[in-house]
Ligand binder design. Structure first.
Ligand SMILES: [Zn+2]
Length: 162
């Protein structure tokens, strides 16, 4: 049984086992962790000991379909790039995405990413980056309060006049 560790959209640790995603649920006695399926209506779970070794999978019958490899790969790539694009706000997400696809990704992963998946990742990154930037002011009062909030000086260290 192959366990794949990934980071979620909300920067939480997830485990993928047989194309099902599991998230941390709670700690049990003897430092055993219980991880549950990420689909809310599903009761499948697994137990992991303190050395992150999988002990057993409980209720293995998921009442939903497994994720496809394309969806898992798209989520891994988009979550990685989201972290990068929100840290490096002044580089276009499309440029970051193309560089990542060109240099860092394995060919087998690349072949599963469809055009729709690429478009989805690009839109997702632009949205994530725009949420980091302050909103544009809509009236003159907001403009003046924004200008007063920033310490704006000229290159000769004088106050800038508005
Ligand atoms: Zn499930």
């Amino acid at each position: 049984m192959e366990v794949q560790n990934i980071i979620s959209e909300k920067q939480k640790h997830l485990k993928i086992i047989d194309k099902y995603k599991f998230c941390f649920h709670k700690c049990l006695a003897n430092n055993i962790q219980r991880w549950k399926c990420t689909v809310k209506i599903c009761i499948s779970s697994l137990k992991i000991n303190k050395n992150y070794i999988l002990l057993n999978v409980c209720d293995t019958d998921h009442n939903h379909d497994a994720l496809s490899e394309a969806v898992i790969n798209r989520q891994i790539v988009s979550n990685f790039l989201k972290r990068k694009s929100t840290q490096e706000l002044f580089e276009r997400p499309a440029k970051q995405m193309h560089r990542h696809l060109k240099e860092s990704i394995d060919i087998s992963v690349k072949s599963t990413l469809a055009i729709i998946g690429i478009r989805y990742i690009k839109n997702y990154l632009y949205r994530a980056q725009s949420e980091q930037l302050p909103k544009l002011p809509t009236n003159i009062l907001n403009v003046h309060s924004a200008l007063n909030a920033i310490d704006c000086i000229t290159n000769e260290k004088n106050l800038f006049c508005f």
